[in-house]
Write a protein that binds this ligand. Structure first.
Ligand code: NAP
Length: 338
């Protein structure tokens, strides 16, 4: 069975015409190359944690990245340099770094997906994103049929974005090299919610293992961990970053976080909750999670169309109330919000 619903955290999506599992880097490249040469559409699948696949499935080759392994060097002065295969599970990798006494990934605990997915949307949480610790990304270039290594500065990292996301049909991530600091203590805790949970002031540094435990608990309470009973793709929409004029037009209580470029980030969840989108809202089997308004979830028998319809309704309410068009964080296959 080539059922794609089983391979995504949303548990939605039809059949793949062809499904292959790449266990090694050589296999991964070979599968992609063969499909490209025969002009067969390709879908690269990691943890399936940020994807919504159409009920019609995928008329091409789905390549599941299951490569594994890492190599690392840890040194008292320069810290840890770890190169990790793209198919490795993200959170197991974070756990491994903490076990090795390496800091700076602790606040990114509990994010579902694979290591290879992490640079694509520059995953982030609690004030830090993965771009801060990426040294290099090795990727297969489908246009020029060769492997390219990118220094972090060339990955065009932005808020939940990168070169690999904007050119997503071109690059297949092979491995990622991280540069981590040796140390027992975290980076300064920036988010009040996390600081409060840890019982410290914003700006404090705490043992990395404590930060990991706290983040796992907070995410768990919101149904935002891998392998939870809630079937979702985590945050469905990106937090909008708007001009200061647009930010000024929002109600005074709306969250506002100034960015370095002068624009203002606000909260997608806040905008939804204040434009009439409520936890528990449904369209057939699709439901706004009862734990977090940003998680559109499959209550058991949702179709991809139900989820899309729920997303459209939610987005339209925000647009009508605040004039801001939410952008999806989830990637669509064979579907569109418009
Ligand atoms: P939350 O803590 O309820 O806060 C809502 C939003 O407000 C967050 O998305 C966060 O933006 C922003 N925010 C809160 N405090 C902030 C501060 N002091 N400065 C700047 N921005 C602030 O968020 P949540 O939905 O439960 O998520 C917790 C964390 O996990 C967030 O950082 C969120 O981004 C992250 N997360 C990441 C992914 C991903 O990488 N794909 C998926 C799900 C959740 P930011 O989004 O910029 O942090």
């Amino acid at each position: 069975m080539n059922n794609l619903a089983n391979l995504t955290t949303m548990h939605v999506g039809g059949q793949a015409k062809n499904l292959v599992h790449a266990k090694t880097e050589a296999e991964l490249i070979e599968f992609v190359r063969a499909a490209d040469q025969s002009k067969v559409p390709v879908l690269i699948l990691g943890g399936g944690s940020n994807l919504l696949i159409a009920d019609e499935g995928f008329e091409g080759t789905v390549i599941r990245v299951e490569t594994s392994g890492n190599s690392y060097e840890i040194d008292a002065c320069s810290g840890g340099t770890i190169t990790v295969a793209s198919g490795e599970d993200w959170d197991s990798f974070v756990d491994f770094t903490i076990e090795k006494g390496l800091a700076n990934l602790e606040s990114l605990s509990g994010i579902p997906g694979t290591v290879g997915g992490s640079p694509i949307q520059n995953i982030g949480a609690y004030g830090h994103d993965v771009a801060e610790v990426i040294a290099r990304v090795r990727a297969f270039d489908r246009i020029n049929d060769r492997i390219t290594t990118f220094a972090a500065a060339d990955c065009e990292f932005g808020y939940r974005s990168s070169k690999f996301k904007s050119e997503r049909d071109r690059w297949v991530i092979l491995d990622v090299t991280f540069q981590l600091r040796r140390g027992e203590f975290s980076l300064p805790i920036q988010y009040p919610e996390l600081a409060k949970f840890l019982g410290v002031e914003v700006g404090a540094r705490v043992p990395i293992a404590d930060v990991r435990r706290a983040v796992l608990e907070l995410r768990g309470a919101k149904g935002m961990l891998a392998n939870q009973e809630i079937w979702s793709a985590g945050s469905f929409f990106i937090n909008p970053i708007v001009s200061s004029e647009v930010a000024d037009s929002l109600p005074i209580e709306a969250p506002r976080w100034p960015q370095t470029d002068g624009r203002i980030k606000t909260s997608a969840a806040w905008l939804m909750e204040h434009s009439g989108v409520h936890k528990g809202d449904r369209v057939a089997g699709a439901q706004i999670s009862s734990r977090h308004v940003l998680a559109l979830s499959n209550s058991g028998n949702a179709s991809a169309n139900d989820i899309i319809e729920l997303a459209r309704v939610s987005r339209a309410k925000v647009k009508e109330t605040f004039g801001i068009e939410l952008e999806a964080e989830v990637q669509f296959v064979g579907l569109s919000l418009d």
